[in-house]
Design a protein around this ligand. Structure first.
Ligand SMILES: Nc1ncnc2c1ncn2[C@@H]1O[C@H](COP(=O)(O)OP(=O)(O)O)[C@@H](O)[C@H]1O
Ligand SMILES: [Mg+2]
Length: 249
């Protein structure tokens, strides 16, 4: 469960260009929810995600994941719990390294400093089996350099890498914005499948109302650093895709 109380993030405090990027957010997200955040550019969506990830520190207020305050967690623990996928399919992986080596690096990232991890047969088997569940045939290409894959394939693998190891929260900031429509669909479907298989709490930022409707269990709209709408899609409200376009289109 994610608990956010009285969260504020002010950039350039006290200067002429001061911005209240996140301006008093209170939000509880239950484990397993798939929350979609929509809102115009500059409304504070990415800042909120960064605050949840702990990569940006709040000006005031708190963010907790399963009762532990995010900002007080050591880095390795935060990166183990929180998986992130960014707009750019190239960030997060090393092109020249093989798929397997990329998985190995990802696994090292979530271990306490000093703990090493080699590519044991066990590890290889676990990775191969996980890749197989993506249904993309990539399990036969694990020795191939990451750079030889398509943007969609890379995003899907990056997603898998980041959720494999005891992850709790999956954060997606416009993951399909830089992809062609087919790859974008692959990435969204992979995200939804992994969220389900690994029982993750997921937050997706998107401008795509169709994705919001298809994948979200809850849709939140932000404006000027605040939440201005919060709709639970599962509460039998008979929300139609048409309604979404009327509200947010
Ligand atoms: N590192 C930063 N320094 C100064 N201002 C920032 C920074 N990051 C974001 N902002 C400002 O905070 C506001 C919210 O930005 P952001 O969270 O990126 O919005 P969104 O993701 O909804 O487009 C914007 O006015 C933006 O210019
Ligand atoms: Mg953004």
């Amino acid at each position: 469960m994610i608990n956010i109380t009285n969260l504020h993030k002010i950039y350039n405090k006290g200067k002429a260009n001061e911005v209240n990027a996140v301006n008093g957010i209170n939000l509880t997200i239950n484990t397993g929810e798939f929350v979609v955040i929509i809102g115009s550019n500059g409304s504070g969506k990415t800042t909120l995600l960064n605050l949840i990830a702990g990569s940006v520190l709040p000006s005031s207020g708190t963010v907790s994941i399963d009762k532990e305050e995010v900002t007080k967690l050591p880095d390795y623990k935060r990166s183990k719990w929180i998986a992130r996928v960014f707009q750019n399919p190239l960030s997060g992986t090393a092109s020249e390294l093989s798929i397997m080596d990329n998985f190995r690096l990802a696994a090292i990232r979530t271990k306490p400093k000093g703990l090493s991890i080699g590519i044991t047969e066990d590890f290889k088997k676990k990775v191969k089996e996980a890749i197989e569940t993506l249904g993309m045939g990539l399990e036969n290409k694990i020795e191939q350099p990451m750079g030889t894959l398509s943007g969609g394939q890379r995003q899907a693998l990056t997603l898998l890498m980041s959720v494999m190891d005891n992850c709790k929260v999956l954060l997606l900031d416009e993951p399909s914005a830089a992809l062609d429509p087919r790859s974008a669909e692959v990435v969204m479907q992979t995200a939804a499948k992994l969220a389900h298989d690994y029982k993750l709490t997921t937050i997706l930022i998107t401008h795509n109302l169709k994705d919001a409707y298809n994948y979200g269990t809850r849709i939140i709209q932000m404006s000027e650093g605040r939440i201005i709408k919060d709709i639970d899609k599962t509460s039998g409200s008979h929300l139609k895709q048409r309604d979404l376009y009327e509200w947010f289109g």
